[in-house]
Ligand binder design. Structure first.
Ligand code: HEC
Length: 157
């Protein structure tokens, strides 16, 4: 009789414990909800992304350098227009207005290291999905050439 009592108390205790632990949402549900809150849209939060590649975050000087613009336009027309039209989405996005949706360093990294960008940068990853996984080809520009193209892009508003 005594042993039976003890079993009964132990069993009741276990039932009580599991009832407390199982209350509310399961741990997995809680984790799922947390991660939904943490994954914000990278397009909307573009200001915090400077890209991954050779170029560190930097600020552009206030004045536009016309000589650089001319060089940049020439480079763009010879190496980029196979896939990019200034005003219209083509094989790739239109660069018009790009500096009001991407950081200057991000743009240069995208030109200089598109392969790395689509693997590691949240915006570039999303962009690649939007363009059905057809990636931007590395045109092997030097950093100076990419900087010139960036200056040209500044004039496309
Ligand atoms: C073979 C086609 C192709 C060529 C050539 C090409 N691109 Fe792209 N580019 C793309 C595609 C496709 C995307 C979007 C998908 C992705 O990110 O991979 C893109 C994306 C970009 C972006 C990001 C645009 C945005 O809205 O965020 C920039 C900047 C860019 N390209 C610049 C250039 C420049 C500058 C050149 C020339 C030096 C160039 N591209 C040459 C296909 C190309």
């Amino acid at each position: 009789m005594k042993t039976l009592d003890r079993y009964f108390v132990a069993a009741a205790f276990i039932v009580l414990l599991s009832a407390c632990g199982g209350g509310g949402k399961s741990r997995i549900e809680q984790i799922k909800e947390q991660s939904k809150m943490e994954v914000a849209d990278p397009y909307e939060n573009w200001k915090q992304f400077h890209g991954v590649g050779p170029v560190e975050k930097f600020s552009l000087p206030a004045d536009i350098d016309q000589q650089l613009v001319t060089n940049g336009r020439e480079i763009f027309e010879s190496k980029c227009t196979a896939c990019h039209k200034v005003e219209k989405k083509f094989i790739g996005p239109a660069p018009k207005g790009i500096l009001s949706r991407r950081n200057p360093a991000w743009v240069m990294n995208m030109i200089l290291a598109p392969d790395k960008m689509v693997k590691e940068d949240p915006i570039a990853k999303k962009l690649l999905q939007e363009f059905n996984g057809s990636p931007m080809a590395n045109q092997n520009l030097t950093e100076d050439e990419a900087r010139a193209v960036l200056e040209y892009f500044r004039t496309l508003n």
